[in-house]
Ligand binder design. Structure first.
Ligand SMILES: *Cc1c(COP(=O)(O)O)cnc(C)c1O
Length: 800
């Protein structure tokens, strides 16, 4: 069907008629897209079945990656590329008068995630399949993904996202594999054949129905599975108000929680977590048992990963299945559980540590709560033996305390491996945030620095640069991205650097067109494209960026000698709907943009753009066009970051703090090829521990700070009244928790240096080249190999 252009065209036309009952001439773009999607799914189905069969029969160890988020984005071009049929399809469509680019635009982003954590899970799936590793995703099929953002009068407005409106062409509903999930009810225990048996009575059952997506690897026959669960009414639930029950049930997989840092404390969120875990584990155990192997051997054939604490109920749920359903004793079950599960920590922000009030937890999940109590008692006994009499230590570490179930301790106690996501982050976990657990389980802690799939973020997103790399060093880098280091031989090669510069300009041109179309703002592609795209959060410090822009504006207005190299500041960020401060920062960015862009005295040199609805597909147009990557979080607060890696791989230079993976970027490229500023992580942590920072001092001693902060509240921006008082107060009354004013001067200095250095074109491009050449380390292929070898102990199946 894809072996030649002619054959493709014939199959495409036939399929279009058969599935949509229209002639080609009458067909819509959507029908054409659907047709192509179905053809691809059919094309991979043989390999998909074969892969599953192989996994079923050869007893190869499998890993299941449990994640409450998968931020997949679009799949059409990515799948075509991985299957090696992009060329044939694009030419065939062309001959029919269709642009592949246009069909690509039809596909809705699968936005089943908030940001970095969900995108990491998506990159991991691509690397697992591309490395022919037996690894699958388990998640939730939210009816509505992350909200769609509109900017109205400078404010964020949220609209419900509708990715399923036209169906999802890649998914296959597997109603036969549905699983029953019990909520509420009570637990009865009785003696049977000399042992205690537990039975869950009067539960309200929910049916979890799986939808499978094929995960297609690059140039391999491996097709893995992403299984997404949908909640539906169960035929086992009787005697209820049917309408109410249906509504409540379906609401479980209705929407993604639009916040990845605050515990929502919602019963619905807990139901989501248990549904994900219980459905996934039941289906994993079911397929394991089909292999007719002993359950005592489970952990030698199955590895289950807990992505952040959201799926930490895997610990008690696996215990429940092994004991209640399969009849094992506690010690046997515990040994299997510990050896099967592993856990990744994604944050040290204390407000993000999940806890559930017992009064909510116990009635909803009575049997699971009993098991957690037992886990807690045994763990506290162990602590008591190690630290006799040290009540406060034990109280702090306990899985249940102060009327709450604590998910991080639960994940730590029940897993054989606990990893952080960048060197600095893992060190902070070991030395500070989780030090007490590190002392008890030192062998469990390890680091796995995050990565991104270079296939989506370079090969697909930046074809111009990818082609230059291949022309220059051959195609080996595609399966072995660390080979990009060979590009270093083009340092000081002015012919090569010119091509690199031309590619950046062409990518900037494309983004400029998007900006014009979406915002009406004309930007100068000769200016520095300075980009900060990520979720809006106080610790990520978009505020520092915008205060610096206000300073530049003030200086351009007051100092006629100020020779600013022209800059275009580009923002993209969604704020959680309930996050008041974050929404104020969005309004501030847009207010500053309005002022700057409409002031002819400065707008030749300074432009500010806010691109609404930042998401994966938009990101793919942004990263290739960036000159500067803003990674300016308060040191110690960003666990890793992955946006920083995407920028680096596309040749942007980083301005950043020594935080998260910026530390490792610096080690790779050298301090002369990155723009560092600000407090270090240990300085921040020491200030937090010992005090000694007074933001008002910086206000008093730095005129520039005084000017920009006063402008927030003194009517400088027309019609804003007390719009920005909360921001002003956070900086001055609340002592600037994120050290924005403390780092301001050093940020201004480094930004000035960036402007100066950009003038020396070839020296700049050399730095850009070094960043690209060293970025292979941040391929998620490297990350996944480390997980596979050191945590999961899985090996590749047969490659093509
Ligand atoms: C990579 C990515 C992120 C994560 O960005 P950070 O800068 O690491 O926070 C968030 N959202 C989208 C759409 C992404 O592609």
């Amino acid at each position: 069907m894809f072996s030649s252009v002619t054959e493709f065209k014939a199959s495409f036309l036939k399929k279009l008629e058969m599935t949509h009952g229209t002639s080609f001439a009458e067909s819509t773009k959507r029908e054409q897209f659907q047709t192509l999607g179905l053809m691809i799914r059919e094309y991979v189905s043989t390999d998909w079945i074969k892969t599953n069969e192989q996994y079923r029969t050869n007893g190869q160890k499998q890993v299941y990656y449990l994640s409450i988020e998968f931020l997949l984005g679009r799949l059409l071009r990515h799948n075509l590329m991985n299957l090696g049929i992009e060329q044939v399809v694009s030419e065939g469509l062309n001959e029919l008068g269709i642009e592949l680019d246009d069909l690509e635009e039809i596909e809705a982003d699968a936005g089943l995630g908030n940001g970095g954590l969900g995108r990491l899970a998506a990159c991991f799936l691509d690397s697992l399949a591309s490395l022919s590793l037996p690894g699958h995703g388990c998640g939730i099929r939210y009816k509505h993904g992350l909200f769609e953002q509109k900017i109205v009068d400078g404010y964020q407005v949220e609209l419900p996202e509708q990715w399923l409106r036209h169906g999802h062409v890649w998914e296959v509903r597997k109603a036969d594999d549905a699983v029953e999930i019990p909520f509420w009810g009570s637990v009865e225990s009785y003696h049977e054949n000399g042992r205690f048996v537990f039975r869950h009575l009067n539960a309200e059952s929910v049916t979890a129905v799986p939808y499978d997506l094929p995960v297609i690897g690059y140039e391999t026959e491996t097709v893995n599975t992403l299984r997404l669960w949908s909640a539906e009414p169960s035929r086992f639930t009787a005697n209820v108000d049917i309408l109410k029950y249906k509504k409540e049930t379906e609401s479980i997989s209705e929407l993604l929680y639009p916040d990845d840092t605050h515990d929502e404390g919602k019963i619905l969120r807990l139901k989501q977590q248990y549904l994900l875990v219980a459905a996934s584990l039941q289906s994993i155990v079911r397929s394991y048992k089909k292999q007719k192997r002993s359950l005592l051997d489970f952990h030698n054939h199955v590895s289950i990963h807990i992505n952040d604490t959201h799926p930490a109920l895997a610990v008690p749920e696996l215990m429940r299945i092994l004991m209640d359903d399969e009849g094992l004793g506690w010690d046997e079950a515990w040994n299997i559980t510990e050896n099967t599960l592993s856990y990744t920590n994604h944050t040290t922000l204390s407000e993000a540590l999940e806890k559930w009030p017992i009064r909510i937890f116990q009635p909803l999940l009575p049997r699971i709560f009993m098991i957690i109590e037992e886990i807690n008692e045994r763990f506290c006994q162990k602590l008591w033996d190690k630290y006799p009499g040290d009540w406060s230590r034990i109280e702090n570490m306990a899985v249940i305390g102060h009327g709450e179930v604590r998910m991080a301790p639960l994940a730590i106690v029940g897993s054989h491996s606990i990893n952080g996501v960048a060197k600095l982050h893992t060190d902070i976990l070991k030395e500070r945030e989780m030090n007490s657990f590190y002392q008890v389980f030192p062998e469990r802690f390890n680091n796995k620095t995050n990565g991104i799939t270079h296939r989506r973020w370079l090969l697909k997103a930046n074809p111009r640069l990818a082609n230059l790399v291949t022309e220059s060093i051959g195609p080996a880098w595609i399966s072995n991205p660390e080979k990009m280091e060979a590009l270093l031989k083009f340092k000081h090669d002015s012919a090569f650097l010119e091509k690199l510069g031309d590619i950046k300009t062409a990518n900037k041109q494309k983004l400029a067109e998007i900006i014009l179309e979406k915002t009406g703002i004309a930007v100068d592609t000769a200016s520095i494209f300075d980009v900060q795209v990520k979720r809006l959060h106080a610790y990520k410090r978009q505020l520092l960026n915008v205060l610096h822009i206000m300073y530049l504006y003030n200086r351009l207005k007051s100092d006629s000698d100020f020779n600013l190299y022209p800059r275009t500041f580009i923002f993209g960020a969604k704020a959680s709907p309930g996050y008041y401060f974050a929404k104020k920062v969005i309004k501030l960015i847009n207010t500053v943009a309005e002022k700057v862009n409409n002031d002819p005295a400065v707008n030749e040199k300074l432009k500010v753009v806010f691109l609404e609805n930042y998401r994966v597909s938009l990101a793919e147009d942004i990263f290739p066009a960036a000159d500067i990557s803003e990674q300016i979080s308060t040191a110690s607060k960003e666990a890793s970051g992955t946006g920083n890696m995407k920028f680096m791989m596309n040749g942007a230079l980083t301005v950043g703090t020594l935080d998260g993976a910026n530390v490792e970027i610096t080690e790779l490229v050298g301090e002369e090829n990155i723009f560092l500023f600000g407090l270090s992580a240990s300085e921040v942590l020491d200030f937090q521990r010992n005090g000694g920072y007074y933001s008002r001092e910086y206000y008093h001693y730095d005129q520039r700070i005084r000017d920009v902060t006063e402008q927030l509240v003194n009517g400088f921006f027309p019609d804003t009244e007390d719009e920005f008082t909360a921001i002003y107060d956070s900086l001055l009354d609340h002592n600037d928790q994120y050290f924005v004013l403390r780092d301001f001067a050093s940020y201004v200095d480094i930004q000035e240096r960036i402007g100066d250095e950009y003038r020396a074109k070839d020296a700049w491009l050399d730095k850009s080249l070094i960043n690209i050449a060293k970025s292979g380390f941040f391929s998620s292929d490297r990350t996944i190999r480390e997980y596979a070898d050191e945590i999961w102990k899985i090996a590749p199946g047969h490659k093509k």
